[in-house]
Write a protein that binds this ligand. Structure first.
Ligand SMILES: Cc1ncc(COP(=O)(O)O)c(C=O)c1O
Length: 312
């Protein structure tokens, strides 16, 4: 099976208008572009980030792909499914203890054929070091060689290329947004989106604390596809809720309100935090009345199981 035929994503994704009192009172329109609806297992930004990586691995004769993530990583979950369907072996290098192997995310990944390697937090920090990567590759048997490395979160030049395809002209022309807003972790998605819509302002909400490093990382990702920085993007550093994957009762309550009032499920790591921060920015008057906002629902719903249990 070729990578192209491995997965079909829906081209005509829904746009959901968010109806919350704060939006109405300020005359602000907020549309959610539902890329969470692309596919049950590789939803949101995942297929856009993975498709050219898997294509490159497959076309260049790699027998395996290896990547990195935490125990509830959406990237690891999606990669396991996509690699299996593309007929490529897959190894997930997981930050943390082997006890995590039975959690819903990693159980799915193993069911789809991913081999797991657990590394402690200190070693995990070496995940970009060439020597560490060589060691990981060389530890795999001959029948899995050569090994194609996909960085944590899938973010590299091939991911940026894929993420340039997230927003079509159709969506931009339909909504005519003043601003596009999305959650960020490694910045690959924002890099692609900012490049694809140079005439629109793009606001990234990092979900990690102390994420100033993203300014350099995003510029490097944009340059990695041979483009100059379009200069249309910025980051708001106040939406992280204390750190990556940290939540609060207020955040979970807000997510429930959005589900009840708009029928949209959010995840607590990315899209819940992003939308919560958008509401704060509106309340603080940082987003002018009358604005039209287009927020990306980047998926991550499988990660709800870390909070709500395996049925979610
Ligand atoms: C659901 C979801 N949304 C947003 C992001 C952030 O994307 P990026 O790492 O490209 O900034 C991720 C991580 O890849 C994610 O899993």
């Amino acid at each position: 099976m070729t990578v192209d035929s491995a997965v079909s994503v829906f081209d005509d994704l829904p746009l959901t208008k968010v109806l919350l009192p704060v939006l109405e009172s300020r005359g602000i329109e907020l549309w959610l572009f539902r890329i969470d609806q692309t596919h049950p297992y590789i939803s949101g930004n995942k297929w856009f980030k993975l498709k050219y990586n898997l294509q490159a691995a497959s076309e260049n004769g790699y027998r395996s792909v290896l990547s990195f993530g935490g125990a509830y990583s959406n990237h690891i979950h999606a990669l396991a499914w996509a690699a299996q369907n593309a007929g490529i072996n897959c190894i997930g290098v997981i930050r943390g203890e082997p006890e995590y192997a039975d959690n819903p995310t990693l159980s799915d990944a193993q069911k789809w054929g991913m081999q797991l390697r657990f590394v402690n937090r200190r070693d995990y920090r070496l995940r970009r070091e060439p020597e560490f990567l060589e060691g990981l590759k060389n530890s795999l048997p001959a029948e899995m060689q050569p090994v194609f490395i996909i960085p944590e979160g899938g973010s590299n030049a091939l991911a940026v290329k894929g993420c340039r395809e997230i927003l079509s002209n159709r969506v931009i022309e339909k909504i005519k947004p003043d601003q596009i807003i999305l959650p960020c972790a490694t910045g690959g998605t924002l890099s692609g989106v900012a490049l694809s819509c140079p005439a629109v302002k793009v606001l990234g909400i990092p979900v990690l604390k102390n994420a100033e490093f993203l300014y350099d990382d995003i510029r490097a990702l944009i340059n990695s596809v041979g483009e100059p920085d379009p200069g249309n993007w910025k980051l708001d550093m106040e939406g992280h809720f204390g750190g990556y994957a940290k939540t609060s009762p207020e955040l979970l309550e807000f997510m429930q309100t959005v589900e009840d009032q708009c029928g949209v499920l959010l995840d607590q790591v990315y899209t819940g935090k992003m939308l919560f921060r958008v509401m704060q920015l509106i309340e603080e008057g940082c987003i002018p009345s009358g604005s039209k906002l287009l927020a990306l629902h980047t998926g991550g719903l499988q990660g709800r199981r870390s909070v709500y249990g395996p049925k979610n």
